[in-house]
Design a protein around this ligand. Sequence first.
Ligand code: GUN
Ligand code: ZN
Length: 430
Amino acid sequence: MSAWAIRAELLAVRADPAIAGTEAIVHHADGMLLIEDGIVAAFGDHATLAERHLDVPVEDRRGLLLVPGFVDCHVHYPQTERIAAHGAQLLDWLERHIFPAEQAFADRPHADAVAAFFLDEMLRNGTTSALVFATVHAQSVDALFDAALARDMRIISGKTLMDRQAPEALCDTPESGRAESEALIARWRGRGRLGYAVTPRFALTSTPAQLASAGDLLAAHPDALLHTHLSENLGEIAAVGEAFPEAADYLDVYARHGLVGPRSVFAHGIHLDDGAMGRLATAGAAIAFCPTSNLFLGSGLFDLARADAHGVCVGMGTDVGAGTSFSILHTLGEAYKVCQMRGSSLDPFRALWLATGAGAAALSIADRVGGLAVGQEADFILLDSAATPLLARRTAARPLAERLFALQILGDDRAVAETWLAGRPAHRRG
Ligand code: GUN
Ligand code: ZN
C-alpha cells in the first residue's frame, strides 16, 4: 500500500451550510491530508495526524489552501474553440457559431486534439470532475473518454441526440441514436472513472420519438445520467411551447418521456416557475447554474433562492462555449453577482459547497468525490490567495471567509497552484 500525506491549510464543505450551518464546514489551519492508494485515509490537524503517521512522507504546502477539486456540472468540450463568439442570443448563436463548429467533430483527430486541450484547461482551473456535452458523433465521445482515461479524470459524457432542427450533418435518428448510445455504454462501462449520460441536446432538436427513445435508454441503464438543457432563453421557451402543445410547460416535455428523475441534470432552469421547481425537487433532479453563460447570451438571472425554497439540488456549470471561462472560481464570482441582482447574498462557503459537494450530488458521484471525506477519492486542489499582487494585498492576514470570497471574486486559473487526481499530480502552475 502506498501512503503519503500533504500538509496545508485544509477546507472542505461537507453539507449545505444554508441548511446544516457552520457544522458543514471542516477547516484545519495547519492540516494534514493522508492518502493511501489514491483514497483519503485521514483529514485533520497536522499536529495530531503527524504523530500517528510518523513513517509517512509529507509534502509541505503550508501557505496554500487545500480544497476538494471542483465539479463542473455542465460544459461542452466541442465548443472550446468558439468561446467568446460575438453578438447573438441562444438560438441564433447555435446556428451561427456552434452548429458549424460541431460538424468538425466528424474528424477523429480534430476531436482528439480538442479533447486533450479541453481536459488540460479544466485541470489548470482546478476542475477534477465534470458532466460534459460531446457532439452527435459517437467518436467525439470516444475521443473525450480516451483523453479522460489517460488522465484518470472523473468525466461523464454521452453522444448528443438530435434528430431535427439542426444541419443534416448533425442529425441522427431515434434508431441510430439509440444504437450508438447502447454501443458507447457497452464500450465504456466500468472503465477508469468514466460515466455515461443519455444526452438529448434540448427539446427543440429532438422529435417526440427520440425523446421517448432517450427515456427507454435511461430506464434500461440505471447507472446512466440524463443531461440536457431546460428553460434557458425566452425565445427557446416559446418555440418549445409551439413544438409540444400538449405539454403543460417545458419541464413537462421531458417528464412525459421519462426523463425527469434523480439522475437528471438540467442546465440553466432560469425561467422555471414555482410549480416546475417543486416538480424538480420532488423528482430529485438537479439544475446546473451557469452564470457566465446566462449573462453572456443574455438569457437571464437564475433564481437560486427560488430553487432553495423548493429544495432543488443545484451545482455549478461553466457551460463553455456560451460560458466565458473554464474557471469555477470565476464562475462563483459571477454567481455572487447574479444573486445580488436577485436580492440575495451568496455566502462564500456555500459557494464552495455548490462547486464541490453539491455538484458531486447533482452528478450522483457524492459517494466518490466532493468532500475529501475518509474513503473518498483524493481529488484536490491547492489555492494560492497570493497568486496576484492584488489578491495578496486583499487577503494578507485576513480571516478565512474573506480570503475565500476574494479568491471567488478576483481568482481564476492563476490562483490554482496545483491540481491532484486520485492522489497523483495532474497540474502544477508554471
Ligand atoms: N441549448 C441547446 N444547445 C445548447 C448549447 O449548446 N448551449 C447552450 N447554452 N444552450 C443550449
Ligand atoms: Zn450548455
